[in-house]
Design a protein around this ligand. Structure first.
Ligand code: KG4
Length: 337
């Protein structure tokens, strides 16, 4: 069995091949630098870049897997959520290849793919999570707490009511004059700063839901107020601002994650999505799990951001159930996990 995964939901064109047991044979990613000068992803440019990249990326993934395209058993593709123009490229390509090779197509929810990234095995003896587990999915567009009872049985038990954690990183980084996406820059600067130098507002939201808009406003006001007396305030306090911001975001995330662990009684916690690459988040989750004597699954950094290996593994679980996708399928921009 060989599953080809195709990911084109935002600004990364990726293709991967997995075989039995979720063993990864190849994972090729073409990232798009064209957006950097615009301070965010430009949908039109993303679609065009996917059109340019998709044939060579898929070809490289099949070659690196050491197989022929006629060996493929199925094609898994990201159907949503994401940018429609970008998704259309991957979806249409998957349809064409599936028709040409006369093999089934499997549609994948991008968020499920992030949650299931922990089942990618690079070696046959790699450990994977036992069900049920709790996944904190934190990306540029989502912040969710998901109870994962099986590969196809997930329930969202907490979600953001406004911004996602990644947006909080990126928007605050932007007002500091850092390039897009700002999350990795904040992470790097935070390593040299004092996390207690500034204190920003924390949300008071009941239950397991997140909120980041108050923190963002509080960060903005701190800059505005201090820039009045020191026009070089940001320059003078870059590392401390980054460290304090990161500490606040990590604090908000961990507060709800710990509540969710208490509420569900799970013995395994996993994280996923772009923000799970953050050093502060990774350390805090590892520490919390060690303190409670529960298992932590923290993905390799290359599986935190968008990649087709996670799409292939999510597709593999549907393929096993013969849950195939009709050729009439259209991508969707929005959906929850
Ligand atoms: O999952 P992802 O690649 O894209 C989607 O949202 O679909 O996540 C991207 C987000 C961006 O907001 C980016 O700033 C954030 O992940 N990110 C980070 C780090 N690496 C990526 N945020 C904080 N620290 C990082 N090291």
């Amino acid at each position: 069995m060989y599953i080809l995964g195709i990911e084109s939901s935002c600004d990364d064109t990726s293709a991967a091949v997995i075989t039995d047991g979720g063993l990864l044979l190849s994972n090729v990613i073409a990232s798009q630098s064209v957006h950097e000068e615009y301070g965010g992803v430009v949908p039109e440019l993303a679609s065009r870049a996917h059109q340019q990249n998709i044939v060579p990326v898929v070809d490289a993934a099949i070659r690196r897997a050491g197989i022929d395209r006629r060996d493929l058993s199925a094609i898994a593709f990201t159907r949503g959520p994401g940018l429609i123009g970008s998704l259309l490229v991957g979806t249409s390509f998957a349809k064409g290849l599936s028709l040409g090779l006369r093999i089934p197509m499997v549609d994948v929810n991008h968020l499920h793919a992030h949650v299931l990234a922990h089942f990618i095995r690079e070696n046959a003896d790699d450990e994977v999570p036992q069900f049920p587990y709790l996944c904190m999915l934190v990306s540029g567009g989502n912040s969710q707490l998901i109870m994962v009872r099986g590969p196809r049985d997930m329930e969202i038990i907490g979600r953001t009511i406004d911004d996602a954690a990644g947006e909080a990183f990126d928007k605050c980084a932007k007002v500091m004059g850092l390039p897009y996406p700002g999350g990795p820059h904040i992470d790097r600067l935070a390593a040299e700063g004092n996390p207690d130098a500034f204190r920003f507002a924390r949300p008071r939201i009941q239950g397991l839901d997140y909120s980041f808009s108050g923190l963002k406003t509080s960060f903005l006001y701190t800059l505005r107020d201090n820039l009045r007396t020191d026009p070089d305030f940001i320059e003078h306090h870059r590392a401390d601002l980054a460290a304090s911001l990161q500490s606040a975001i990590v604090g908000i995330l961990m507060n709800k994650l710990e509540k969710a662990v208490d509420a569900t009684g799970v013995t395994t916690v996993a994280i996923g999505g772009g923000v799970s690459a953050n050093n502060g988040v990774r350390q805090a989750v590892a520490d919390m799990c060690a303190r409670r004597g529960i298992k932590a699954f923290i993905p390799e950094r290359r599986f935190t951001t968008d990649n087709a290996a996670m799409v292939a593994i999510a597709g593999y679980f549907k393929y096993r159930d013969s849950d195939f996708c009709p050729y009439s399928a259209v991508p969707y921009a929005r959906v929850e996990c």
